[in-house]
Design a protein around this ligand. Structure first.
Ligand SMILES: Nc1ncnc2c1ncn2[C@@H]1O[C@H](COP(=O)(O)OP(=O)(O)OP(=O)(O)O)[C@@H](O)[C@H]1O
Ligand SMILES: [Mg+2]
Length: 357
């Protein structure tokens, strides 16, 4: 096994809760037998190949769609962020993925297993941190993890080592014998992550993993997610409202609104100055912009749109066409005072989607 603990930040902490983790756990009881078979048929999905596939996935509550005809593929090895305002359908999507609620129509598969028809197989390879954590408050951290480990069919002789390993990852090994009722919110969240990791999942679903945590702890948790992704190839699906945090670790972000996926952002493109699905925004400041210059810029191949605000021109294009633009400006004897590729933050993109919504 890879020893990743040396690279993991040991976490410090923070206060309290209880809920649908228990229903998720109780679902596990029936999985114990299957887990004991310990077959490896799921590990044949290679990095970069589809792990989660949602096709025309729809869930209606009282005739109203919470998830509406959603199509989404998430590949093995990705850290995929699911963003969207309250009520967008993020948690409903996650519940269908885990087989905890049935789609009204459409389907979702994880590693080739249909979440609705084969939920036990999906749960065997998936760890889930629910929005609201539910631990046994009158048990210690160690006892709670032991319970999860047993439910997941981890062999008795491996359990104590495994508990120690995951507690060290989240920095709770020094309080492992304390009752969960004495834990702060941040400590419970970290115990929740340990609870996800103890089964060595291929896929970890984290619903709001950093909500309510102070920024230092939140960052440490995100750092650890990144390391686990790299070193253990765990695929992460993270739902969050915290754009700045999610931008730091996700490779790809899906923006959800009213049950639909309305946009996708590739973070590597974003950091290279590309907007949304790969477009550049070039800002140019020129003395006395003329219509002739504007028209010539519009005619450059790959230009999608040209906007003018006072003496600033904003060009949206599919390629970096700065050389062609400066040539036009110089040829027209104008003075170019500034030209740069505009960085777009995830927040700007996110707000743009909702402006157009
Ligand atoms: N069990 C339910 N019964 C009826 N309606 C529900 C149920 N669960 C969710 N909904 C509705 O479905 C929609 C999507 O809810 P969901 O919880 O999936 O949103 P979300 O994106 O997770 O929101 P948040 O960011 O607040 O967690 C909402 O309009 C919600 O009221
Ligand atoms: Mg939710």
């Amino acid at each position: 096994m890879i020893n990743i603990n040396k690279n993991i930040n040991l976490l410090n902490y923070d206060k309290s809760f209880k809920s649908n983790m228990e229903s998720f756990k109780s679902n596990y009881v029936s999985t114990v037998q299957v887990n004991k078979e310990k077959n490896n048929q799921n590990s044949n999905i290679s990095l970069g190949s589809p792990l989660i596939i949602a096709k025309n996935l729809t869930k209606q509550y009282n005739g109203k769609a919470a998830v509406n005809n959603l199509n989404l593929t998430i590949n093995k090895g990705e850290i995929f962020g699911l963003l969207g305002p309250n009520g967008a359908g993020k948690s409903t999507f996650i519940l269908m993925l885990l087989g905890l609620t049935e789609p009204t129509s459409g389907q979702i598969t994880v590693a080739g297993f249909n979440s609705t028809k084969e939920p036990i197989r999906v749960k065997r390879i998936t760890g889930y941190l629910p929005e609201r954590l539910g631990f046994y408050e009158d048990l210690t951290a160690r006892q709670n993890l032991k319970y999860t480990a047993e439910l997941n069919g981890i062999p008795e002789r491996e359990i104590e080592n495994k508990i120690q390993e995951v507690l060290e990852i989240v920095g709770l090994d020094n309080v492992k014998n304390n009752l969960v009722s004495t834990f702060s919110k941040g400590m419970k969240k970290r115990l929740g992550i340990a609870d996800v990791l103890i089964k060595d999942p291929q896929l970890a679903i984290l619903d709001e993993p950093t909500e309510g945590l102070d920024i230092k702890i939140a960052n440490q948790i995100l750092d650890n997610i990144k390391i686990l992704n790299k070193e253990k190839n765990i695929t992460f699906l993270i739902s969050s409202h915290q754009l700045n945090l999610i931008q730091k670790i996700c490779s790809r972000i899906g923006i959800m609104s009213k049950g639909k996926l309305i946009g996708e952002v590739k973070i590597d493109l974003l950091s290279r100055g590309l907007f949304g699905e790969g477009r550049y925004i070039i800002e140019i400041e020129v003395s006395n912009i003329t219509d002739e210059v504007l028209n010539k810029i519009k005619e450059i191949d790959k230009v999608v749109k040209v906007n003018k605000k006072d003496n600033v021109i904003e060009v949206i294009s599919d390629e970096d066409i700065r050389p062609q633009i400066s040539k036009i400006i110089v040829d027209n004897n104008l003075l170019l005072t500034r030209m740069n590729i505009k960085d777009s933050s995830l927040e700007e993109i996110y707000l743009k989607y909702f402006k157009e919504d």
